[in-house]
Design a protein around this ligand. Structure first.
Ligand code: ADP
Ligand code: MN
Ligand code: MN
Ligand code: MN
Length: 344
């Protein structure tokens, strides 16, 4: 038996951009055999997180996924859903209401900015850094600075140790902007991992005096001489069993027609302020249009070459979700739209 530290993590009730919250519960248990089913339901004061009124403030935390936390001794991160006192899902609990399907796979490309003193890391106090160009996948102090790489390397290691399917990282187009990729099977599983990877990154950066800016268009006006700085996306790559195994041009075209038809419902959950980012510039399609294209980074949905080469089989990339979107809602909406299209 050991004293085990459980960090319960949940999404708060702030809109349109939910924040991450967490607190520690210590239990007696066996570290090597601890399972999700062993974890107690816990609670918190919802009146401090925009999730309840002061006079009836108790909310419940239901553990839904468990990840080892190597930053602490005998510790785990516990992704949790927020429930009302009687056990029904809280209105802020997006996870509880989305469709799931373990055969639908998701790869999220989470972009973000490091921020310090109210501006992107590496932006001078006055004026601007050199224009975009050398930063994407760049190397060298002038492009990358001297802290970011240390953080992203630690982030990879912490995610791997937590059992998160992190698939890669890269420096992005704007100065101070980075990306990590997370793959998961099923909407809940994939999105749980994205949220926990976000949590790990935010917490890691505390010690560096750096914040993560999840907003989709943090550099405009004030810091941008022009609007010539990329925003942050969270491209969502997806494939169903049917798309991987059967596919075909006719099915693909029906699927894209359904995505076109449900464009507004998709945009509604693809993250706040997306009109600032989906402008038709900076490798995006504008927010009021739907398009798809082969290797087209200016389309709403990009078709990878591999998809066509394999007879319209494989995965597709929805480029519209932004960096601040809730991956539960993004994945859930994609499944919903796919479900409207008959496979036969
Ligand atoms: P790019 O930057 O060129 O758009 P990335 O390499 O950053 O591409 O991301 C590709 C993403 O596609 C990864 O997150 C990966 O997990 C995902 N992916 C690859 N194959 C599949 C698949 N069959 N189903 C769903 N996602 C996939
Ligand atoms: Mn990418
Ligand atoms: Mn990217
Ligand atoms: Mn992409």
């Amino acid at each position: 038996m050991a004293k085990i530290k459980l960090e319960y993590i949940w999404l708060d009730g702030y809109t349109p951009l939910a924040g991450l919250r967490s607190k520690t519960k210590i239990i007696d248990g066996n570290v090597s055999s601890l399972k999700l089913e062993d974890l107690p339901v816990w609670g918190f004061d919802g009146s401090s997180t925009q999730q309840a009124e002061g006079k009836s403030s108790d909310c419940q935390l239901k553990p839904v996924a468990l990840f080892p936390d190597v930053t602490r001794k005998n510790a785990f991160l516990v992704m949790s859903e927020v429930l009302m006192p009687k056990g029904e899902p809280h209105p802020s609990n997006s996870r509880a209401t989305i469709p799931d399907d373990p055969d639908t796979w998701f790869g999220f490309e989470q972009e973000y900015f490091f921020f310090q003193n109210g501006r992107p890391l590496g932006f001078p106090v006055d004026g601007y850094p050199a224009p975009q160009g050398p930063y994407y996948t760049g190397v060298g102090y002038r492009s990358i600075g001297n802290v970011a790489r240390k953080i992203v390397e630690e982030h990879i290691d912490l995610c791997v140790a937590a059992g998160i399917n992190i698939e890669g990282i890269n420096a992005e187009v704007a100065k101070g902007q980075w990306e990590f990729q997370i793959f998961g099977k099923g909407s809940k599983n994939a999105a749980d991992q994205v949220w926990v990877a976000r949590y790990i990154l935010s917490r890691l950066c505390e010690g560096y005096g750096i914040d993560i800016e999840w907003g989709c268009k943090p550099v405009r006006g004030e810091w941008g001489r022009s609007l010539d700085w990329n925003g942050s996306g969270m491209h969502c790559n997806f494939s169903t069993k049917h798309l991987r195994d059967v596919g075909g041009k006719a099915y693909f075209e029906k699927l894209m027609a359904a995505f076109d038809k449900h464009r507004d419902e998709h945009i509604a959950v693809y993250g706040p302020d997306n009109h600032l980012r989906l402008t038709g510039l900076h490798e995006t399609q504008s927010i009021d249009k739907f398009s798809y294209g082969l290797a087209d980074r200016g389309a709403s949905i990009r078709i990878p070459h591999s998809f066509i080469n394999n007879g319209y089989r494989g995965y597709l990339e929805d480029r519209r979700p932004n960096s601040a979107a809730d991956p539960y809602l993004v994945a859930g909406r994609i499944i919903r739209t796919i479900q409207t299209v008959p496979t036969a």
